[in-house]
Design a protein. Structure first.
Ligand SMILES: [Zn+2]
Length: 192
């Protein structure tokens, strides 16, 4: 016989019907010690009563109600990506078409900026209606964009040789072609 009484967790093991290594001596103690046997019986009664109670399942709307009150922090770049994704169609031809249209528009804007950067006088004339400060800002931005895209030397070469117009025309035709193709594809997909 053990010379100490059972610990609460040891009585838990017996109540749970554990049958692992080391449980046999605990059970042997229970058979010989009235005090521990009484504690075991008391716990047994409580556990049996709990198990006899009807089992409830939480309301299926509980998660929504709880989460509705939890402020979830969404990082800015995730939020931006999600809002873009909401406007994008499912992956497939439609998404390809949207990407084509987006690339075309971006290309058009880039072409416009390069044109403004290369056509100094014309750009000044064209933007003459704008305020002086806004015009300078626009010209500076266009030049920066063109330099970033072509590099300082290439931009100078384009300006000097006047190949800018040809380049621009080719770019514009390609861009317009891409836009039309994209929109046609989008129309075909949405008709299905
Ligand atoms: Zn005991």
């Amino acid at each position: 016989m053990n010379h100490r009484h059972l610990l609460p967790n040891e009585i838990d093991l017996l109540v749970d019907g554990e049958a692992g290594f080391g449980v046999a001596p605990l059970r042997a103690h229970l058979d010989e010690c009235h005090q521990c046997r009484a504690r075991y019986e008391d716990e047994r009664v409580v556990v049996d009563a709990l198990e006899a109670m009807p089992h409830f399942a939480p309301d299926s709307r509980l998660i929504d109600r709880v989460m509705g009150q939890v402020p979830v922090f969404v990082p800015a770049h995730i939020a931006a990506r999600d809002s873009v994704a909401r406007f994008l169609p499912q992956p497939g031809p439609a998404r390809v078409a949207v990407a084509a249209v987006f690339a075309s528009v971006a290309g058009l804007v880039t072409m416009g900026l390069i044109w403004i950067a290369t056509q100094g006088d014309a750009a000044v004339f064209m933007t003459g209606l704008l305020g002086n400060r806004l015009r300078l800002t626009l010209m500076g931005t266009a030049r920066d964009a063109a330099v970033a895209l072509l590099g300082e030397q290439a931009l100078a070469a384009v300006q000097a040789t006047g190949i800018g117009a040809g380049l621009l025309l080719a770019g514009f035709v390609l861009t317009a072609f891409g836009t039309v193709a994209g929109i046609r594809r989008l129309a075909t997909v949405s008709r299905r």
